[in-house]
Design a protein around this ligand. Structure first.
Ligand SMILES: [Ca+2]
Ligand SMILES: [Ca+2]
Length: 243
């Protein structure tokens, strides 16, 4: 049918009596195209608790972010993971941290971000942390083995995909507060915007019992910088993201 349609349109265009029908067909096809591309997340920032792309001076989307130390750079252009600017951080005596508040303090939170690390064999390279106040709820870091580790209180779980240097990874995360040793932390990993069906790592026995009220992007090492872009946080699931 798709191959036959252009020939049909040409035929109809040749007859002015059918011009209205041609427009209708074109509009319908346009709507179908729009419907098929609007299933990805993040092209518009509506309906997210956080939607940050780092474009322009500082942070964008009218969001209030805090650079905890000066080595937190939201205007990095050397290697932009999406658009013209990304976030870049590394340790210069203190972790590079960029902090934003998560409104509504959800006890269940989903997030997404793109990241690169410049040295994936450096030990304990934190990428992103969810906290309530100063209490850490969930952390994602790169181990010296090159694998990701998620931590939820006293419980942790490692991924199975070796992280390569200077490669853009798409990371989805999920945090659910514990009601008694049953907290959940899950991550999904890909090198494209398609969210995999199978998780990279998940744990069912996290011990953190509270909600989250802030997210930290982190560059915690002197030996490896962290580059991050397209940060999304929501209180409902985040699927495939838009390129
Ligand atoms: Ca960007
Ligand atoms: Ca910027």
């Amino acid at each position: 049918m798709r191959k036959a349609l252009p020939a049909l349109l040409v035929l109809l265009l040749s007859c002015s009596a059918f011009a209205g029908d041609v427009r209708t067909i074109l509009e319908q096809r346009s709507d179908q195209t729009m419907a098929s591309t609007s299933t990805c997340y993040g092209n518009t920032c509506s309906d997210f608790l956080i939607c940050q792309n780092f474009e322009g001076s500082g942070y964008d989307n009218g969001e209030s972010w805090t650079d905890v130390y000066a080595n937190s750079n939201p205007d990095y252009t050397t290697t932009a993971l999406r658009g013209a600017e990304s976030w870049y951080g590394y340790d210069t005596g203190s972790d590079a941290l960029a902090r934003a508040s998560i409104s509504g303090t959800p006890s269940e939170a989903w997030f997404f971000l793109r990241f690169q690390v410049t040295n994936s064999s450096a030990s304990g390279n934190k990428i992103v942390t969810l906290r309530y106040g100063t209490t850490t709820r969930m952390t994602v870091e790169v181990l010296s083995t090159g694998y990701l580790r998620i931590t939820h209180g006293i419980s942790s779980k490692d991924g199975t995909t070796p992280i390569a240097n200077s490669t853009t990874y798409y990371l989805w995360g999920y945090y659910k507060a514990s009601t008694g040793g049953n907290g959940i932390a899950t991550i999904w990993l890909n090198t494209s915007g398609t969210k995999p069906t199978d998780s990279e790592a998940t744990l069912p026995d996290g011990s953190q019992t509270g909600s989250v009220d802030r997210i930290y992007l982190t560059g915690s090492l002197t030996t490896s910088a962290t580059i991050i872009d397209q940060v999304l946080v929501d209180d409902s699931s985040i699927g495939d993201v838009c390129e």
